[in-house]
Design a protein around this ligand. Structure first.
Ligand code: B12
Ligand code: SF4
Length: 436
């Protein structure tokens, strides 16, 4: 059984990251005896769409990750693949496919299956040839009708200890591009030890990905040790949206790491601004070097409207705490959130200078978010939006897309670019050229 898994990101990315989701699926299939699994990462390897189709063509199952930004690339790839090999079975997963599963199955005959939620078990069952009506989370067709089974327990699967040899050459020189220069010579690896998030910020789809599941202290400890000992990792970029969501577990992890002398791996985590100083300090004791957190806005009104549950004051306290610990500090910002005034945007931009590195984004709407629900309620959008090729990646909240938004796209892009560091200015300019 030949299985091909693709992250269809064919644009050259400035700071590409491997899909931990696909690596997790591939590892799980291998653990269960299916060894002929390829993970294709065009963003990392530079492989073209044509070459990826050629590589996929003789596979029994072709699995493709489908996120909102890449939804049309996914369909384009599947259409071209099916033209060359109508027998290829195409299965989609990933959060956009999950949010829009029934509609995707209804609109695109080139898609044979959609998996809603964690893909490990459904994909394994599919590969094993189990009866479709027993595969939870799977959408399939039967006599022209779209069917699926009990989606409710689909998002409870824990994280998998990834086999990084699956992408050995792509990962050999992989770096977290936002890390400080003095950590760049270390061997970097990306890792994740949780799924979901217990918070529910209005612009974020993570909240809709199901119950928050985080590995316990021992599992995190074992994972850090495994990555150091088996792969020579010296710097880990944890991609968990919220690494330290459970103080007790995190302190236990730090105690364990200290007791066992596992303090030589540097790492980066994302936190919330309200994280306790003592917990952060303990993490620093065992290797924490880089901290990122979502400031989002410099306006308490915008923060409250986004349900961030953080205030400007909390953010400044976090900045002070992180500075005290001499950690490299990265801020994530969102400009042009609905209702934001020019003054409020100015307040946001003023905060950027407190950070060593920052990521300045403009607001985009994604399915699975509270803002999307609000836009639907207000009659501004429907699910059809995601299937209109004319709106490919144009989920930017701008006047051209939403007449009630006061800002034209040009102003949004210019403001974001003009206020970005050279790295991000370059990154955004390139991204915009290919997306807008
Ligand atoms: C790590 C991460 C990133 C990383 C890496 C992304 C990557 N290439 O994988 C970086 C920092 C690069 C990133 C970038 C972006 N991200 Co991001 N990211 C995440 C995050 C925090 C974790 C994803 C993860 O690795 N989870 C762990 C793995 C094991 O689980 P998983 O990815 O969900 O995969 C499982 C299932 O989805 C399913 N599955 C996935 N693919 C497939 C394929 C098949 C065939 C099957 C059967 C199943 C399946 O099975 C997997 C295993 O259980 C999520 C939030 C979240 N908690 O999920 C946001 C999230 C996915 N990102 C999001 C967004 C918006 C972005 C950006 C667009 C941000 C931006 N404005 O630039 C970019 C897009 C870049 C790109 N094209 O990938 C949104 C997606 C919204 C949407 N509807 O598409 C999320 C949900 C967060 C949010 N803000 O709302 N992201
Ligand atoms: S923005 Fe961060 S804290 Fe808020 S729901 Fe998303 S992942 Fe959780």
């Amino acid at each position: 059984m030949k299985i091909f898994l693709l992250n269809p990101y064919f644009r050259k990315a400035e700071a590409p990251v491997p899909s931990l989701g696909l690596l997790s699926l591939a590892t799980y299939l291998k653990q269960n005896g299916f060894n002929d699994v390829t993970v294709c990462e065009p963003g990392l390897s530079g492989i073209s769409e044509e070459a990826a189709i050629e590589a996929a063509i003789r596979s029994d199952i072709v699995g493709v990750s489908c996120y909102t930004d890449t939804r049309f690339e996914v369909i384009d790839f599947a259409t071209k693949l099916k033209k060359k090999n109508p027998q290829a079975l195409v299965v989609l997963g990933g959060c956009h496919a999950g949010f829009m599963s029934r509609q995707i199955m209804g609109k695109y005959q080139v898609i044979d299956y959609v998996v809603d939620g964690d893909g490990e078990i459904p994909l394994l069952k599919l590969v094993k040839g189990e009866t479709k009506d027993k595969i939870e989370g799977l959408y399939y067709r039967e006599n022209g009708a779209i069917k699926n089974v009990s989606p409710r327990i689909r998002r409870r699967f824990p994280t998998v200890a990834i086999d990084y040899t699956i992408l050995e050459s792509e990962l050999s020189s992989w770096k977290d591009m936002e890390a400080p220069q003095h950590l760049m010579s270390l061997k970097h690896l990306p890792v994740i030890v949780s799924k979901g998030c217990p918070y529910d910020c209005s612009f974020c789809a993570t909240q809709a990905l199901g119950q928050w599941r985080q590995a316990g202290a021992e599992t995190i400890f074992n994972e850090v040790r495994r990555l150091r000992d088996n792969y020579g990792a010296q710097y880990l970029r944890f991609y968990d949206p919220l690494f330290a969501g459970n103080d007790r577990d995190i302190i236990r992890f730090c105690d364990l790491a200290e007791k066992e002398g596992l303090t030589d791996v540097k790492f980066r985590i994302d936190i919330r601004a309200d994280m306790k100083f003592d917990v952060l300090k303990r993490l620093k004791d065992v290797g924490l070097a880089v901290v990122g957190f979502g400031v989002e806005s410099g306006s308490d009104k915008v923060l409250a409207d986004s349900n961030k549950r953080i205030t400007r004051r909390t953010t400044f306290e976090a900045i002070e705490n992180i500075r005290k610990l001499d950690l490299w500090m990265i801020g994530y910002f969102i400009l042009f959130l609905p209702g934001e005034t020019d003054e409020e945007r100015k307040a946001t931009l003023e905060m950027v200078s407190y950070f060593d590195e920052y990521n300045l984004q403009y607001f985009k709407i994604y399915p699975g978010t509270d803002y999307y629900q609000r836009f639907i309620r207000d009659g501004l959008m429907t699910d059809e939006y995601w299937f209109d090729p004319a709106k490919d990646r144009e989920m930017v909240y701008c006047r051209e897309n939403f007449p009630s938004c006061p800002y034209p796209i040009d102003k949004i892009i210019r403001t974001t670019i003009d206020n970005s560091s050279p790295f991000w200015r370059d990154y955004i300019t390139k991204a915009e050229k290919s997306t807008i």
